[in-house]
Design a protein around this ligand. Structure first.
Ligand code: OGA
Ligand code: ZN
Ligand code: ZN
Length: 384
């Protein structure tokens, strides 16, 4: 029976030298000098045996109240192959894989190390060398797929060349990751100048830097934009790294940063048969005050609604943010040509297009969305 209730395997970074027990915990001393305490309740909670975890789903079948709070070990030993064995006083037996234990250690050093090893976002500006990939590689080769997905995760913007210029050709590319997220604009949306446009996106106007669907509780994580034809004059793409702008604002104008991270703004998308609205700050922060999301589309913004004393501060902060989006130091510009596809983190990279002249030639892009969860899940599976 496996000592890991997981679909992954865990490398033994350092073998266990010894394990000491007392009434509340087992302290593991690793050969490389690290010391990791594990509470008895934590260990019993994480028993990987087939009575505690269903081997088919690798999901737990015991609940914490099925285990006495003052659980005691009768015997703690190391197995011949270096794993940790615990015989509990009630007769239950648990074996813990040394690599798994190390990967889940919660001593201070291990927690800090895991924090340090988290993938780092690469912030960028106008001189970005955009990570570029080829359609046939990402379609046929899992290593190329993984390289592309890591670039999307860490840089938030990527380009794919050589995509067939047929309608729907972006679907199999998106499905290399996972499910497409539908919206009221369809599973795929056709970005073309239309007479009966239900969004400024479907005109020939310039579209200022924005994220798509800020009107939803969860903005789509990834956006695909595939160019079928781009023969019209104008219509170049621009991207900015929203995380970079937020960091510049935090540094240069802390008051505006505070306002944009705390005051909710309403975004609206109204159609004849739908009415989407969502209120949230433009910049979202995570538990360590790191920027996790940008929500921004000037053309979808409702009237500001905040106390009179705050209104001038909100306008000041908002103008400051828009000023940053217009700063050439941060703007990466490139015209998308037929057969090319942008894939970017819609909750991070703001995108824009220049005005184009529909009389000068055809312009047809197709787009779709995939959520961030799907990206991270695919990366983990490819990395197993
Ligand atoms: C959109 C959009 C960009 C373009 O449809 O949301 O941003 O280049 N389109 O047309
Ligand atoms: Zn068990
Ligand atoms: Zn858009």
């Amino acid at each position: 029976m496996s000592a890991i209730a997981d679909f992954s395997t865990y490398k033994v970074i350092s073998p266990i030298r010894s394990a000491l027990e007392d009434d509340t915990q087992v302290t593991v001393l690793w050969l490389d000098g690290r010391t990791s305490p594990y509470h008895l309740l934590w260990l019993r909670d994480n028993c990987p045996c087939s009575r505690c975890v269903y081997s088919v789903t690798r999901e737990q079948v015991v609940e914490i109240l099925d285990i006495p709070e003052d659980i005691q070990a009768a015997r703690v030993t190391l197995t011949d192959d270096g794993n940790l064995d615990i015989l509990w006083q009630d007769g239950h037996a648990s074996t813990y894989d040394a690599g798994w234990l190390r990967a889940h250690a919660y001593d201070e050093e291990s927690l800090a190390e895991r924090e340090r090893l988290k993938p780092k976002k690469r912030l960028w500006g106008s001189s970005l060398a955009v990570p570029a990939f080829h359609y046939t590689d990402v379609m046929a080769d899992d290593a190329a797929l993984l390289a592309w997905l890591l670039a999307v995760r860490d840089t938030g913007l990527s380009l794919i060349h050589g995509v067939p210029t047929e309608s729907g050709a972006l679907v199999p590319v998106a499905k290399r990751i996972s499910f497409i997220r539908e919206s009221n604009f369809g599973t795929l949306f056709d970005v073309q100048s239309k007479v009966d446009a239900d969004s400024n996106a479907y005109t020939a106007f310039n579209l200022p830097l924005h994220t798509d669907l800020p009107t939803r509780e969860l903005q789509p994580g990834l956006q695909f934009l595939h160019c079928l034809v781009n023969d019209a004059r104008g219509g170049s793409s621009t991207f900015v790294d929203g995380f970079k702008l937020a960091e510049v604002l935090r540094e240069e104008d802390p008051q505006s940063f505070e306002i944009l991270t705390t005051l909710p703004i309403e975004f609206r998308n109204r159609g004849r048969s739908s009415d989407y609205r969502y209120q949230a700050p433009i910049i979202a922060l995570g538990e360590n005050q790191e920027v996790t999301e940008i929500r921004m589309a000037n053309f979808l913004r409702g009237p500001f609604s905040t106390l009179p004393a705050t209104m001038p501060l909100l306008y000041r902060a908002y103008r400051r943010f828009i000023t940053l989006t217009r700063d050439v130091r941060f703007r990466y510009r490139q015209r998308l040509e037929a057969g090319q596809l942008w894939c970017f983190d819609n909750r991070r990279a703001l995108h824009a297009r220049d005005e184009f002249d529909p009389a000068s030639g055809a312009r047809h892009f197709q787009g779709c969305y995939v959520d961030r969860d799907e990206l991270h899940s695919r990366i983990r599976v490819l990395q197993r």
